[in-house]
Ligand binder design. Structure first.
Ligand SMILES: Cc1cc2nc3c(=O)[nH]c(=O)nc-3n(C[C@H](O)[C@H](O)[C@H](O)COP(=O)(O)OP(=O)(O)OC[C@H]3O[C@@H](n4cnc5c(N)ncnc54)[C@H](O)[C@@H]3O)c2cc1C
Length: 389
């Protein structure tokens, strides 16, 4: 048994999931989170069948499923004419096709479920207010520094998000890309049952913007994200945003969409960013996981799913390999192609979603003419994936 635990910098979805995954093979993990508590901020997350498989492997699904919501369908609508461009049923047939359901959940509820399981586990230690500020690979172990001093680990996972300090320590600076889009989110609670027409995951495609909404909190709140073309420089996930700015940007929209924007408040905003391909995620006893390795724009709704899949693949690689360095190389080789494809596809969607003029007409025609079954076939590379294999 190694004498030091695996250190994990960052207590987001990637960090908590990898602590749970690694301890399945009898390893001890110590997670260091810079915040004083697991963050309760953030918007809704989509949990497709691939993410459900990972949550089941981590033994967390039972605990987070009650806070999730089962949307009946995905609707894609033109934001100006209101025309339905595509409709995909997510009920029993979808579940038969992919073997697991499609759910949506608030980020805070997923984090709470993962944190609860991690706290119950004797092999996991959680340290808060513990920002990792320096990293040194000493050959036989790693040494990191936090405000409380230095400590040693058998290895280090950089699960510290898109602006990862661990990635910088690997010499992989410069990957962060800012895009000319600003994302806004609001969470509106309902004290009576939510109107039926809001139960679907609805994607509205507008000129120079798009809006997605769906219920979270077991159907008691509506999560809404509005993306607008524009530049805003900030690292903040939760800067307050003015509703007037959003309403002014989305001029001449369909009345159904106008109504959803009008009932939603308060709004917060963050700047759209992703990572250019990071050449090398691992060196000896250190590797990157989740957004630290491969943050993508959120338009395929796969950020949380990729972090969960990473954790499972990493744990499976650690079970098979004869050393932690070999496990990290195997994990990186397995995860790079898939996460890169997600990031590239999300980038392409960012352009298509906000199109105007002839591109918008062509996009709408393609969406309208595609049979829903064919549409799902095109998404199968995402949803069929089983990280446990
Ligand atoms: C506060 C917050 C709100 C978010 N809201 C949304 C949202 O609304 N919509 C969306 O699509 N995505 C959101 N995300 C991103 C989304 O959660 C991730 O894309 C996805 O879940 C992958 O998670 P991750 O664990 O890799 O990274 P993250 O979720 O970014 O988690 C990284 C964690 O590492 C911690 N950390 C950072 N640096 C250090 C350090 N040096 N030492 C120790 N700890 C460190 C952070 O505090 C954070 O808890 C949010 C992330 C955060 C942190």
């Amino acid at each position: 048994m190694p004498s030091h635990p695996i250190l994990i910098a960052g207590g987001g979805i990637a960090g908590l999931a990898s602590a749970l995954a690694l301890t399945r093979s009898g390893r001890a993990a110590r997670l260091l989170e810079k915040a004083g508590a697991f963050e309760t901020v953030g918007a809704g997350l989509q949990i497709g069948p691939n993410a459900v498989r990972a949550l089941k492997y981590l033994d967390v699904w039972e605990c987070v499923a009650p806070a999730s919501f089962a949307p009946p369908r995905i609707l894609i609508r033109d934001g100006h004419s209101g025309r339905i461009l595509q409709e995909i049923a997510l009920g029993a047939e979808f579940e038969r096709r992919f073997g697991e359901p499609y759910r949506v959940i608030h980020r805070a509820d997923l984090l709470a479920g993962l944190a609860e399981r991690a706290k119950q586990h004797a092999g996991i230690e959680l340290a808060m207010n513990a920002e990792v500020t320096s990293v040194a690979d000493k050959g036989g172990y790693v040494e990191i520094t936090t405000p409380a001093g230095s400590e040693r680990g058998e290895a280090l996972l950089g699960a510290d998000g898109i602006r990862s300090a661990v990635r910088r320590s690997l010499g992989q600076e410069g990957a962060l890309r800012k895009h000319d889009q600003i994302l806004h989110r609001a969470l509106t609670s309902f004290d009576r049952p939510m109107p039926e027409h809001l139960a679907a995951i609805t994607l509205w495609l507008c000129r120079r913007g798009h809006v997605v909404h769906y219920p979270v909190r077991g159907g008691k709140a509506l999560n809404i994200v509005a993306a607008m073309d524009g530049r805003w420089e900030s690292e903040d996930w939760s800067a307050p945003a003015a509703r007037q700015e959003i309403m002014a940007h989305f001029a001449k929209i369909h009345p159904d969409l106008f109504q959803v924007l009008a009932i939603s408040s308060p709004w917060h905003k963050w700047a759209a960013a992703d990572l250019a391909p990071v050449t090398s995620w691992s060196r000896n006893r250190t590797t990157l996981i989740g957004d630290a390795a491969h943050a993508a724009l959120p338009y395929l709704a796969q950020g949380a799913a990729m972090a969960l899949e990473d954790a499972v693949t990493l744990a499976r690689a650690a079970e098979r390999a004869d050393s932690i360095a070999h496990a990290f190389s195997a994990y990186e080789a397995l995860r790079k192609p898939r996460t890169r494809r997600i990031a590239q596809s999300s980038l392409r969607l960012a352009r298509a979603y906000h199109a105007g003029g002839p591109l918008r007409i062509a996009r709408n025609a393609v969406l309208r003419m595609t049979d829903p079954a064919r549409f799902l076939d095109r998404m199968a590379w995402i949803y069929d994936f089983d990280p446990r294999a």
